[in-house]
Design a binder for this molecule. Structure first.
Ligand SMILES: O=C(O)CCC(=O)C(=O)O
Ligand SMILES: [Fe+2]
Length: 322
């Protein structure tokens, strides 16, 4: 076996004879001597570099997307399912969202206020459209607006209850901009904080516990204009909070549309067409929903944001239909 010095002399002689470095490198014996004692990664730096580039630029982002999608697949689909996961997946939501056919929104220039609408008419004209609708007589016969309050919810989610645990386990409590850590924290607020003497809070959660659902449903029904032919979401959502910012601008990832009954307070919704429809569809529409009204919106096709206006605490209950 040649020593390192002998090998170097050999290379120098070859160079003097006019043999280039590339030509020498093509010789198997020269490559074998060069690689003698080197680890695999030292012998193949280019392969290693390409592998690293692939891992960082393609594999990791794909694994992340798959993880985000599996969170949604494992649970009742809802855009705000785990607000923190939701925020981090907003970029992905925009990436995986199929582009909108702008014909669906080009004629939506204003909100329609409806009363006394039949299930047939609603199904035919609005259920699958992007038309934003407020039904003004949708809470007839409900007792929810008189019953639902911070104290009432606190009483049906007592500490250690199954209902409370399920919200935590399902990661279905959204504290938006507040420092509230979960529902237990929320139902433990001081009276002055509840009344808004400390800070502005806005929260939302979904109820998936049967007994609590039965208790809640004593006070509201499926809105009368939704026909039984429609598939209804099994989980109801409650959002409540003081005047100020509600949910920041986002797009949902659910297969259908959402209804949301404003039980108390007043909420302003801002709707924006997705970027591919700028110039074709209305780029910004604001809608105010008052206590007693029910808004119907397709949050997977409209970007939307909410703000609580007026002086009163906003409380809503809502669900989805497909
Ligand atoms: O009520 C809110 O503040 C937000 C609700 C929402 O984004 C939704 O239902 O998709
Ligand atoms: Fe939403």
């Amino acid at each position: 076996m040649a020593t390192v010095d002998q090998f170097k002399t050999l290379l120098k002689n070859a160079e003097d004879l006019g043999i280039s470095w590339e030509q020498l490198n093509r010789l198997k014996s020269v490559r074998a001597i060069q690689n003698d004692g080197k680890k695999w990664h030292q012998r193949n730096p280019k392969v290693l570099y390409a592998g690293l580039v692939f891992l960082i630029s393609i594999s990791l982002p794909l694994m992340y997307i798959e993880h985000e999608l599996s969170i949604l697949a494992d649970s009742e689909p809802h855009p705000l399912n785990n607000w923190k996961c939701f925020l981090s997946s907003q970029a992905i939501a925009s990436l995986v969202r199929p582009p909108l056919d702008c014909n669906a929104c080009k004629d939506v220039t204003e909100i329609f206020y409806l009363k006394n609408i039949t299930q047939e008419e609603f199904l035919e004209k609005y259920a699958y459209s992007m038309q934003l609708v407020v039904v003004q007589d949708g809470q007839k016969g409900w007792t929810a607006s008189k019953t639902f309050s911070y104290e009432y919810f606190k009483s049906i989610y007592p500490p250690g209850s199954k209902a409370l645990t399920q919200i935590v386990d399902g990661c279905q409590f959204f504290s938006f901009e507040t420092d509230l850590d979960g529902p237990a924290d929320f139902f433990n607020m001081s009276q002055s904080r509840v009344e808004g003497k400390e800070d502005q809070w806005y929260v939302g959660w979904s109820n998936c516990e049967g007994h609590t659902a039965n208790e809640l449903r004593k006070h509201y029904k499926m809105p009368y204009f939704l026909s039984p032919e429609l598939d209804h979401g099994k989980i109801d959502w409650i959002y409540m909070g003081l005047p100020g910012p509600g949910a920041p601008l986002h797009i949902d990832r659910v297969p259908g549309a959402t209804w949301q009954a404003q039980l108390s307070g007043e909420k302003e919704w801002t709707f924006e067409a997705p970027p591919e429809c700028y110039g074709i569809c209305n780029s910004k529409m604001k809608v105010r929903v008052k206590a007693g009204e029910i808004i119907v919106l397709d949050g997977s096709r409209w970007y939307h944001e909410t703000n609580i206006i007026g002086k009163d605490l906003s409380i809503v209950i809502g669900s989805e239909f497909y």
